[in-house]
Design a protein around this ligand. Structure first.
Ligand SMILES: [Zn+2]
Ligand SMILES: [Zn+2]
Length: 400
């Protein structure tokens, strides 16, 4: 959920930036523009009425929308497949796969800047002259569709398994069993996997997650750990060719000087990551998660109000990221969380006063924030023995 909030905060400027570039390409360099062709109509594809048959279809725009949806799904298949097969793309996609449990929350879990690569990959549609609105709607339909397939509660779905992405074949996609790795990349239709040889049905019990267990709940580390590993390997490799190759190679590839070049499949019975943590500390972390998330969603809503100003917004976003990182540290039972949380609870009331004085926080809300931080400080002091920091010293300290 923390990575989902980071995704939301980074996603808005990414989307706007991408659409501006897309629209500029489409209106200056599309094949329709370059060859002076008449655009294909896409408006009023379906019209709804209050009388039978309730809906009327305009054939050309309707078929155009259907074609664009298939095209977006096909491009998504290749983008997703390459995100599994090229290191620098896998670094932004691994976040979606590091969960060892499989439920609807996994659909919110994603690398917050993966969309930069994803939108760049879709730019050829602008050259083809597909209007930005069609691209956006088709891409949104694809993303919305993917929500429901992240569940272990729905069994195989009979004939739908032949052509649709379903919970069953998407479970396979999240498996770390050797036969399930890099399979079933489809977004809406599974036909692309069947056509291009990456289809695998759900047979053996699935072990979810990635081969190298990510031992962290810290959203920043979840987002950047693979790039940190690539960077370490880049520095450790003397050969310039291999330094560059690392970023474009398949995950699992290593320069020969860094050890044996093979994927190490993890133990199927490997226990899920679950660090030692006293129940009160866990409860404290979860309560703080909801408080920080509320601040994050506030930042998200304020992003639309230009009067709030970019400076204040960045502070709010910065504190959201800081808060989610500390929550991750609490749940990871790290040794650094106690001072980090103390600092957070002291700084927030000060910031609330400043924001209040500049007219963006009503006095009742300011007092509410101060009261909440006061209660949290008391709870933190009472629970200090629960923050044992038993798994301290992990690399996620670097990410914090
Ligand atoms: Zn994937
Ligand atoms: Zn997924």
């Amino acid at each position: 959920m923390s990575t989902g909030i980071l995704f939301l905060l980074v996603g808005v400027p990414t989307l706007f930036g991408a659409l501006i570039v897309y629209d500029w390409i489409e209106s200056h360099f599309s094949i329709f523009h370059l060859f002076g062709w008449k655009p294909i109509p896409y408006e009023n594809a379906m019209q709804f009425h209050g009388v039978f048959p309730y809906v009327s279809i305009s054939v050309v725009p309707f078929l155009y929308w259907v074609a664009v949806l298939f095209l977006v799904d096909l491009l998504y298949y290749w983008f997703h497949r390459l995100s599994h097969e090229i290191n620098f793309l896998w670094g932004s996609h691994v976040t979606h796969h590091s969960s060892e449990q499989f439920n609807l929350a996994v659909s919110f879990r994603g690398g917050c800047f993966q969309r930069v690569f994803e939108y760049a990959f879709f730019m050829p549609l602008a050259f083809l002259g597909i209007n930005w609105l069609m691209f956006l709607v088709a891409h949104r339909i694809l993303k919305l569709y993917q929500f429901w397939v992240h569940t272990a509660a729905i069994p195989e779905l009979g004939f739908l398994e032949y052509f649709m992405v379903t919970p069953s074949n998407h479970r396979v996609h999240h498996g770390r069993n050797p036969q399930y790795i890099d399979k079933n990349h489809g977004g809406i239709f599974i036909i692309w996997d069947r056509m291009f040889g990456t289809y695998e049905p759900e047979r053996e019990k699935i072990n979810y997650g990635i081969t190298n267990q990510l031992q962290s709940f810290n959203p920043l580390w979840m987002t950047f750990h693979y790039y940190a590993q690539l960077w370490r390997e880049t520095l450790a490799t003397p050969s310039l060719k291999n330094k560059i190759k690392l970023w474009f190679a398949k995950p699992g590839w290593k320069p020969p000087e860094l050890g044996p070049n093979e994927i190490v499949y993890s133990d199927p019975g490997r226990p899920d990551y679950d660090p030692p943590l006293a129940r009160p500390a866990k409860l404290y972390g979860i309560v703080q998660f909801f408080a920080v998330s509320a601040a994050g969603l506030l930042a998200y809503s304020l992003a639309h109000d230009s009067a709030f100003g970019i400076g204040r917004l960045m502070i709010l976003i910065g504190f959201t990221v800081y808060g989610l990182t500390v929550v991750g540290g609490i749940l990871d039972s790290r040794s650094w969380v106690f001072p980090a949380e103390l600092l957070r609870l002291v700084l927030i009331p000060l910031i609330a006063v400043i924001v209040h004085m500049s007219g963006f926080l009503e006095v009742e809300l300011m007092l509410g924030v101060m009261g909440y931080c006061g209660v949290s400080l008391v709870a933190l002091a009472l629970l200090r023995k629960s923050f044992t920091g038993e798994s301290g010293g992990d690399p996620s300290v670097l990410a914090a």
